[in-house]
Write a protein that binds this ligand. Structure first.
Ligand code: HEM
Length: 399
């Protein structure tokens, strides 16, 4: 096995290209001290779960992006404070609440497919993959259509900044300023005239008799926009690529759409769009034979955990027959911070694949595409595809 001991877990270069060797190496170690970035990595399946399920020892309150200050969104809260803030919106993300969005999501996907179906080719990420989650999360928080291209750009900036302080460039600061300006504009609007959206809910909510502060509102909104868009698009493009490479699996999905849910969950494992979230040790603790000191940061490395051979047979094979109910995929995290958007993400991926299979079933990826350069998230930023041209569903909206 190659030696990766000079790796730097904060450096995006570490995650360029094929990372399977690195992931196996990390996973084998279970818990690893990275002397370059001076932080720990929990890398095996069990080690990630052990960190996530013990917020008393490994807390979120110093932030979930290593080396950067925390912000006051609920991803950085623990215990009762976390429960109360998450509790404000959790009813909107339950399985039944999300299931009610299915036909709306299908219409959104069909409208996007309509825009390219006659052309016989497109960049899947730009035309479809990035647009579905963006539209749905913007509708939920309350960002009108006219602002979405700007939000789209801001999200790309936020993701760059997620690689750590060395990557908080002018463009990243610009993204925060632009999104912050839009957020304040929308907050003013919703204060004057509340609507049925998350922003109005947060503005008018009280926790223990107190409204949320301006900072809490801004970062709650930012967290939701980042969580709601970037990751899901990366799963969709990864699924489009793997099904293009393995048409025999696509044929099975065409013959039996009831397999789509399993295929979506396997795509969520196979892509593992977030590389890591982090925690900080609240005390000196011995963990997997290592002495972790109070204040040390520890990453939960999701791709190594999701490809842990002890948990998933032949993990680098895309296998829609895996029993992922027995061994849960860790892409959405684990424990009290388990992704609030998991049902939404799963549904978006499933409906996207379903409509692609119905309307352009012979899609083929025609080039390498471009991959994110990041130590935080992974996926395609562009992915060219071609397909047999078809007809629009909505002829009225023809270009
Ligand atoms: C495939 C898509 C997605 C992946 C892989 C993903 C991944 C994750 C992970 C790993 C966490 C845990 C963070 C931690 O433990 O520190 C998380 C939390 C979170 N996600 Fe997602 N996410 C996805 C989709 C979404 C969507 C669609 C939304 C918005 C609706 C969303 C919003 C959030 C929020 C608000 C949290 C914080 C939850 C908490 O701290 O209680 N995510 N997500």
């Amino acid at each position: 096995m190659a030696d990766y001991s000079t790796l730097d877990l904060m450096d995006p270069k570490t995650f360029d290209g094929d990372t399977s060797g690195l992931m196996d190496w990390l996973c084998e170690k279970e818990v690893y001290w990275d002397p370059q970035s001076e932080l720990w990595a929990a890398a095996s399946y069990d080690a990630v779960v052990a960190v996530a399920r013990d917020p008393k020892t490994f807390h979120s309150e110093e932030g979930n992006v290593p080396k950067l200050p925390n912000d006051p969104s609920f991803i950085n809260l623990d215990g009762k404070a976390h429960k109360k803030r998450r509790g404000l919106i959790k009813h909107l993300f339950t399985r039944p609440a999300i299931a009610r969005l299915e036909e709306h999501i299908r219409d959104a996907v069909d409208n996007l497919i309509d825009e390219v179906i006659e052309d016989g080719e497109c960049d899947f990420v730009a035309s479809i993959g990035s647009m579905i989650p963006l539209q749905i999360i913007c509708e939920m928080t309350g960002i009108d259509e006219e602002w979405r291209p700007m939000v789209h750009e801001a999200i790309d900036g936020f993701i760059l900044g997620g690689s750590g302080p060395d990557h908080v460039t002018e463009a990243v600061n610009e993204a925060f300023i632009t999104f912050g300006g839009l957020h304040m504009h929308l907050v003013d609007q919703r204060r004057a005239e509340p609507k049925d959206d998350l922003l109005s809910l947060w503005i008018h909510a009280e926790i223990d008799g107190q409204p949320m502060t301006e900072d809490e509102l801004l970062f709650e909104h930012t967290m939701m926009i980042i969580g709601g868009s970037e990751t899901t698009r990366n799963v969709m493009s990864g699924a489009i690529k793997v099904l293009s490479d393995q048409p025999e699996i696509r044929d099975r999905l065409l013959a039996d759409p009831s397999l789509l849910e399993a295929a979506s969950e396997e795509a969520i494992r196979y892509v593992t769009p977030f590389i890591r979230m982090s925690r900080t040790a609240t005390r000196d603790v011995e963990f997997y034979g290592h002495q972790i000191k109070k204040g040390d940061e520890i990453l939960m490395v999701y791709p190594s955990a999701n490809f842990d051979k002890r948990k998933f047979d032949d993990p680098y094979t895309f296998n829609i027959d895996r029993d992922l109910k027995k061994t849960k995929v860790l892409s959405f995290g684990f424990g009290q911070h388990f992704c609030i958007g998991a049902y939404l993400a799963r549904l978006e991926v499933k409906v996207c694949l379903e409509q692609m299979l119905k309307r352009m079933p012979d899609w083929e990826v025609t080039g390498e595409g471009t991959r994110l350069h990041s130590s935080f998230a992974r996926g395609y930023t562009s992915l060219p595809i071609k397909f047999t041209p078809g007809k629009r569903l909505n002829a009225m909206a023809a270009k």
